[in-house]
Design a protein around this ligand. Structure first.
Ligand code: PMP
Length: 348
């Protein structure tokens, strides 16, 4: 049976998706789209990887498939087994879909503050969903700790996406390789936000290896961080310091996840919500790209990096998921106005 990594390699070789016995062949191999407005604005070529096109609608399908494959390989996940995970939603969606395709049950622990659309979609696809109050990581009631305890108590497999290096390894082998091939090995910088760090770390490691293999300069790796996250200050000064808040979901951290440890990061940009939202709205209405808040933040960071590097550079980023997942928040003028955030002009 084809597995994600092999399937993605097959797409690379043939340019089209193989006939497959399961969902895996539909994960990855996403288009890299030239973002016209940001490119014209900066004189650079700014590309967004269309991860909203994955079957579960987000970049996290890749991590979910890689984590399940690794657990099958090491024997911890047995036929008919159960996977437990704490997630902002997208990893839960990926795990549940891949689990459905392969006969595993999924118990998903999620903070109740996440978008209604993700919660309803998880229920729709058959996840055993446990909503918990949003708590900081140091609190034992935090969703990550609840999921770990639940897995321990029930003897299920804990996906542990933050520290499970199968997550970044999946991105190293697929996302990074696709980006390098899609830019013909001419990539000057990559910007990406961090939830677990799997995408940023895997792409950073993969691009470094591929650039070295081809005798090219290693692309500059820049963390895109929302307000309220400690990673910006960690990259800049080595200290974890949090400041402000953000309505973006799935990104920002108060600690350094295992997937991010030891990863070469050249710089960081801290992007306030209005700047990220501007990209969400502009890309939708001018270029037909419906994206979520973290994708808008990634594009905003790519624009800043393009301006700093100067015209003529090629920069890639990740369009992590789609706008429909946040209809009740990012596209809800009442929600936005209550927070003094810009609203989409065509909805006002
Ligand atoms: N954007 C969204 C919408 C997400 O759900 C996530 C995952 N939590 C990310 C970005 C971050 O991806 P990663 O976990 O690979 O850092």
């Amino acid at each position: 049976m084809p597995r994600t990594i092999e399937a993605t390699e097959a797409i690379r070789e043939t340019g089209w998706r193989e006939t497959s016995a399961d969902l895996d062949a539909a994960i990855g191999g996403t288009p890299l789209i030239l973002l016209r407005g940001p490119s014209e604005l900066t004189g650079c070529r700014i590309y967004g990887k269309a991860e909203f096109m994955n079957p579960g609608g987000s970049v996290k399908d890749r991590a979910a498939a890689a984590i399940i494959e690794a657990a099958e390989r090491d024997g911890s996940l047995k036929p008919g087994g159960t996977i437990v995970e704490g997630t902002a939603g997208n990893t839960g969606i990926g795990l549940t879909l891949v689990g459905n395709a392969r006969g595993y049950k999924c118990v998903i622990v999620m903070p109740e503050t996440q978008s209604r659309e993700k919660i309803e979609f998880l229920r729709m696809i058959g996840a055993d969903l446990r909503l918990v109050p949003a708590k900081p990581f140091k609190d034992p009631g935090n969703y990550v700790h609840v999921s770990r305890r639940l897995a321990e108590e029930t003897g299920a497999v804990w996906a542990n996406q933050f520290d499970n290096l199968a997550n970044r390894e999946g991105h190293r082998r697929t996302t990074a390789a696709e980006l390098w091939r899609q830019t013909n090995g001419r990539l000057d910088a990559f910007t990406c936000a961090c939830g677990t760090g799997g995408t940023l770390a895997g792409v950073a490691l993969g691009l470094r290896d591929l650039a070295e293999r081809d005798g090219k300069a290693t692309p500059r790796i820049v963390l895109a961080d929302p307000e309220g996250s400690a990673l910006y200050s960690w990259v800049k000064t080595g200290e974890l310091q949090m400041e402000g808040t953000s309505i973006t979901e799935g990104i920002g951290q108060s600690r350094v996840p295992g997937n991010l440890e030891g990863i070469p990061i050249d710089d960081a940009e801290r992007i306030p919500d209005p700047e990220a939202l501007q990209q969400v709205f502009d890309l939708l209405i001018r270029e037909g790209l419906s994206i979520g808040g973290s994708a808008g933040l990634n594009v905003a960071a790519a624009i800043r990096v393009a301006r700093a590097m100067g015209p003529g550079h090629t920069i890639a980023t990740i369009l992590c998921d789609g706008g429909a997942r946040y209809q009740s928040k990012l596209f809800n003028p009442d929600f936005l106005r209550e927070r003094n955030l810009p609203t989409p002009p065509w909805l006002d």
